[in-house]
Write a protein that binds this ligand. Sequence first.
Ligand SMILES: NC(=O)c1ccc[n+]([C@@H]2O[C@H](COP(=O)([O-])OP(=O)(O)OC[C@H]3O[C@@H](n4cnc5c(N)ncnc54)[C@H](OP(=O)(O)O)[C@@H]3O)[C@@H](O)[C@H]2O)c1
Length: 238
Amino acid sequence: MDRPYIICHMVTSLDGKVTGDFLKKSEYSKFIEDYYRIHREYGADGFLCGRVTMEGSFPQPSVPSNDYDGPPIAREDYIAEKAAFYAVAIDPKGKLWWSNRAISDTDEGYDGAHIIEVLTESVPDAFLAHLRNKGVSYLFAGKTELNLPLAVQKLKKLFGIQTLLLEGGGIVNGSFLQDGLIDEISLVVVPTAEPSEKAIPLFQTGKYQSGDKAPASFRLKDTKKLDHGGLWLIYLKN
Ligand SMILES: NC(=O)c1ccc[n+]([C@@H]2O[C@H](COP(=O)([O-])OP(=O)(O)OC[C@H]3O[C@@H](n4cnc5c(N)ncnc54)[C@H](OP(=O)(O)O)[C@@H]3O)[C@@H](O)[C@H]2O)c1
């Protein structure tokens, strides 16, 4: 395979929502711990999230000045370092002005992950100069629209990523699903239904691709009961 093996790993309600008040309730915090534990146990080479999730999970200081008066920066992939574990951000317009080359987090499954930005060529030079200055790696996948198959090929070729955890949110998951880029689904299912109309589903399609592709089909690999009425479901792509 010319790309990593991709596992979509998420916490969902019974009705397949990945956001909502249920995630903040203390009675369900055990399932978030299960999620982090399983993340670590997969032993993947990195995790990948959409721009919105990255922004929410790892808040950065306010955006530095967009001024840049240096020479034009070529749209060439930039490998700041080769690392044991990567945090891959889908950030087509260059909105994540990281202040460090790696993730800082209380969970050891995320802390220290070297950041790779997945960009389109439309990002400003000031943003690329900032990433270089901070030691953040980046790769280009598309001029103005993101080409996800190309992005994941480059993750393997340039950084040696063999196994990648796709960890939301719904929009990025939906894009990967529609591009046929999900090999396995790992769901920590919380025993509650999320009634909010605003809650985001596991796969949110239609924003970047038309929603008329054939349904993706998966087969059950394993199920495990979790304490407190939860379930871990693992599906493989057919
Ligand atoms: N329950 C769980 O396990 C779990 C896990 C992760 C996240 N979440 C939750 O999910 C929520 C965020 O989900 P979300 O669906 O709104 O956002 P998201 O998937 O995190 O990020 C979406 C953004 O990523 C970029 N993007 C993703 N796919 C793209 C594509 N194919 N082409 C171009 N750009 C693409 C775009 O950035 P731009 O807007 O910059 O163009 C897009 O707006 C958060 O509340 C988070 O807490 C839940």
